[in-house]
Design a protein around this ligand. Structure first.
Ligand code: HEC
Length: 129
């Protein structure tokens, strides 16, 4: 009887350890922003979205990009800037695609992203799910 309980306990802790590992790996993968994305955001967005007081508190410097995932937009609070559960609803896409219905200006405010740059952002956001 006692032996069986010990065996069960062991089995349970192994299972628990596996679940923990998978959770940790998942979080790590989500935070792993591709270099192409970091480089692009650095070049086209972090000109303004940088430092301690970036526009709308949104910092796109390479070390900060992962922290933006699943953060609510301050302009349209019902949307997330980058929505990992519903990528297509991400506010960042509406801003860089220069859609009507956004608040404030399209991003970046000056010269729009090229088709190639837009695709880098779209592919990354879509792949988060
Ligand atoms: C010339 C400076 C400048 C550049 C470059 C720029 N932004 Fe912005 N961004 C702003 C300002 C100012 C605001 C706030 C006012 C507005 O939205 O017009 C803003 C707001 C935003 C918002 C809304 C934040 C919220 O909480 O709702 C997003 C998203 C955004 N920018 C993404 C980007 C992305 C992505 C890029 C690069 C592709 C970019 N921005 C480039 C200045 C800039």
């Amino acid at each position: 009887m006692i032996l069986l309980k010990e065996k069960e306990m062991k089995r349970f802790s192994i299972l628990f350890a596996i679940v923990l590992l998978i959770t940790a790996l998942g979080a790590w993968a989500a935070a792993d922003v591709p270099d192409s994305v970091k480089t692009l955001l650095q070049k086209r967005c972090a000109v303004c979205h940088k430092g301690k007081f970036p526009p709308k508190g949104l910092n796109f410097e390479p070390a900060n990009v992962a922290a933006v995932i699943d953060r609510s937009s301050s302009e349209v609070p019902e949307l997330k800037i980058i929505d990992s559960k519903a990528p297509e609803a991400s506010y960042i896409l509406k801003k860089v695609r220069r859609e009507s219905g956004i608040k404030g200006k399209p991003m970046p405010p000056g010269k729009a992203l090229t088709a190639e740059e837009l695709q880098i952002v779209e592919t990354w956001v879509a792949g988060l799910k």
